[in-house]
Design a protein around this ligand. Structure first.
Ligand code: ASC
Length: 258
């Protein structure tokens, strides 16, 4: 009897030592995933060090120390977790699809919760100190990104995780889901860059910033690392040949007579 899941290629017929290239450039993909994780962890370490060492540390009392949660939670949530969520289908390419979908959704739900906490940290700080809300370009692009992110999450879960959407809707929406996801991710990173610049100029005047102080250099480097992180995530996510291929058991049943 034929095995239920016939391999796509008879691996015994390949020359010995030949690794069947299920995904071309798999070792490059793995190396780039390593680079992404190093950049992501470096960004988190740097934003924490900045807040703790230069900006007075953390508290939840309406002070500037409460504000310090804002950049940390945003970098962890809307950059690191979001970037990793985008890559779940590239990383867990041999795992059962439903599990990967759950992970994709849970990482992003966590990112959404952290970003809402980050917004609360800022609004509380502003309100406690008589500072206006939502006047800056950083806040306009950033709030738009968070709202779109929430919308994308709800649409993604209701289309792809819950069992109600028809196949044609899933197929039709997929290019928009992927495009919107990358656009919102890009908006998050752009918003970080504006926020970092804004905060530097609020905390030190331009004359000090222009003397290359260590804090300015640290935050500039953080911004560059965020750009690199976003660039690598975007590169991996859009490279066609690194797309997750359906597992053998996910292939439609082949009814043709061979
Ligand atoms: C899903 C899923 C996909 C898409 C596809 C339509 O739910 O797992 O890969 O929808 O079926 O593009």
């Amino acid at each position: 009897m034929e095995p239920a899941h016939k391999p796509l290629v008879d691996e015994d017929s390949l020359p010995s030592g030949y690794a069947y290239p299920r995904t071309p450039g798999m070792s490059v993909l793995l190396a780039l995933l390593g680079v992404v994780e190093v950049l992501g962890v470096a960004a988190i370490a740097m934003v924490c060090y900045w807040a703790a060492h230069y900006r007075g540390g953390f508290a939840w009392d309406g002070s500037g120390q409460q504000f310090n949660w804002h950049p940390v939670l945003m970098v962890v949530g809307l950059v690191f977790l979001y970037g990793n969520a985008i890559l779940t289908y590239r990383v867990f390419r041999d795992q059962v699809k439903f599990g990967v979908k759950i992970l994709h959704a849970v990482l992003q739900m966590t990112a959404l919760i952290l970003s809402i906490m980050a917004l609360v940290a800022t609004f509380d700080f502003h309100n406690a100190n008589g500072i206006a809300n939502m006047y800056s370009l950083h806040s306009w692009v950033g709030l738009t990104a968070v709202i779109l992110f929430a919308l994308q999450w709800v649409l993604g879960v209701s289309t792809y995780l819950l069992p109600f959407a028809r196949r044609w809707i899933r197929t039709w929406f997929m290019p928009y889901h992927r495009f919107l996801g990358l656009i919102i991710f890009g908006m998050s990173i752009a918003t970080c860059l504006m926020g970092l610049t804004e905060k530097l100029l609020f905390s030190m005047d331009a004359d000090t910033y222009s003397t290359f102080p260590p804090e300015g250099i640290l935050v500039n480097c953080l911004g560059l690392i965020l750009v690199l992180f976003g660039g690598f995530v975007g590169f991996i996510a859009t490279k066609e040949e690194w797309k997750r291929q359906p597992l053998a058991e996910e292939q439609p049943i082949n009814m043709s007579i061979e």
